[in-house]
Design a protein around this ligand. Structure first.
Ligand code: ZN
Ligand code: ZN
Length: 280
């Protein structure tokens, strides 16, 4: 029985509303959700199976999933991002369909290859990663976690400078998930220290048989070119590839754990802000 209003503008009938905060996107049970008639909102019901006992009501699955989403570290600027509001008219239709298909057939505990979304800046890669994470958390109960790699580095750096002991705990907390998403792979200065953190993160996910989602502005195809610059304005043939940015070991792990998925189209961020009739 559906407790949320399928025409609700805040949750589109899914029963979960997202909103931005200074600490990132947060989720809550939508106000449109009606009180559960089975448990009258108490959350427990009496079941008669091998005697009578109280059991958790099925309606409690939604608040459980809200809790997962509140631990997912989703960024505030993407609090609204979903499959529904991704604009595929800009050329990302194939990528959208692949992500939807992947998310639709996801099952917790299944050994599953992830996706590595790649393409030019502003194509909506992060939007699709967030939409995929939300879908599998809401519909399949997957414990998901989003990592903006440069933010993680800044957090770790601050931890070292202030001699806090939280860094090991922070990295360990990223293991405690079903699906880890790492945004902006290959971005940053790619110093030895930065790459050792990335290597650690990916190795933990690999050894723990976690599913990996990634996004990158660099092509994951082809061998090293010897170009290491992060200048994405260069013509394709003079631009670094993902392997040049992250090194052979991390690159091969990434490809072992995730399937490259090109996200094509016009610059999504610029075009997305213009009125519809201005779009070419
Ligand atoms: Zn609602
Ligand atoms: Zn209930």
């Amino acid at each position: 029985m559906k407790l949320a209003d399928s025409n609700c503008p805040r949750c589109s009938g899914e029963g979960i509303e997202f909103f931005p905060t200074d600490q990132g996107a947060r989720a809550k049970v939508c106000a449109c959700r009606k009180t559960c008639p089975a448990c009258k909102g108490i959350g427990r019901v009496l079941v008669e199976k091998d005697g009578r006992r109280m059991a958790r009501c099925g309606c409690q699955r939604l608040p459980d999933r809200v809790a997962i989403l509140n631990r997912a570290n989703l960024p505030s600027r993407h609090h609204k991002s979903s499959f529904r509001n991704f604009d595929p008219s800009m050329g990302g239709r194939a990528a959208l369909m692949q992500c939807q298909g992947w998310a639709g057939s996801f099952a917790v505990g299944q050994d599953r290859k992830g996706l590595l979304l790649w393409g030019e800046v502003g194509r909506g890669k992060t939007h699709l990663v967030i939409a995929t994470l939300k879908h599998i958390a809401v519909h399949h109960g997957a414990r998901v976690r989003f990592v903006e790699f440069t933010h993680l580095l800044a957090e770790l750096r601050a931890g070292i400078e202030q001699r806090r002991r939280g860094n090991a705990k922070l990295l360990t907390s990223l293991q405690d998930v079903d699906v880890l998403a790492i945004d902006e792979l290959g971005k940053g200065r790619c110093t030895e220290w930065e790459l050792s953190i990335l290597d650690d993160l990916i190795s933990r996910a690999y050894n723990g048989m976690r599913t990996l989602l990634g996004s990158t502005n660099y092509t994951p195809h082809g061998g090293p070119t010897g170009v290491h610059t992060d200048n994405l304005a260069l013509p394709e043939e003079h631009r670094a590839r993902l392997v040049d940015r992250v090194g052979l070991r991390i690159h091969s792990r990434l490809l072992e754990m995730s399937e490259p998925l090109p996200v094509r189209g016009q610059d999504y961020r610029i075009v997305g802000d213009r009125p519809k009739d201005m779009r070419r």
